[in-house]
Design a binder for this molecule. Structure first.
Ligand code: FES
Length: 138
């Protein structure tokens, strides 16, 4: 893996929370939350499937409880390993996953759709002024 795709050491990824980082994709900057489960890692775009203009965290990483990522707005829960929503208003949906890999004790961005920018927030507002679209497309 290229050093410019290195996100963090595996030890920096909390098991009871998420590490927030920023990538650049076709649509500009985007935030990603990174978490781990049983030595493996998973990463998802930092927005809820209930209201897609709402971030999952409060700006510094999302709460993880019982191997589930908890949305800070209405507490929908998403399984860490799959992103599947097993409770809440968007039950049955999946978080938007971002491919990451562990190599030599470090986590690398493995998703060709994105370029790693930096650890931490994007610095851009995650709130949109447009209408809300939920996971059903309505
Ligand atoms: S915005 Fe996440 S559960 Fe409602």
């Amino acid at each position: 893996m290229d050093d410019d795709r290195r996100v963090a050491s595996l030890d920096e990824v909390p098991a009871d929370g998420t590490l927030l980082f920023t990538v650049r994709g076709d649509d500009g900057l985007a935030e990603v939350i990174l978490t781990r489960l049983n030595g493996d890692v998973a990463a998802y775009r930092n927005y809820c499937q209930h209201w897609t203009d709402v971030r999952l965290d409060k700006g510094s990483g999302a709460l993880v409880r019982n191997d589930e990522i908890v949305c800070q707005k209405h507490a929908a829960t998403f399984e860490v390993d799959s992103g599947y929503c097993n409770f809440g208003p968007c039950e049955g949906s999946y978080l938007d996953s971002v491919a990451v890999e562990v190599e030599d004790g470090a986590v690398f961005l493995a998703d060709d759709d994105y370029v790693f920018e930096r650890l931490g927030p994007s610095g851009e507002s995650q709130e949109s002024s447009g209408s809300r679209i939920d996971f059903t497309g309505t």
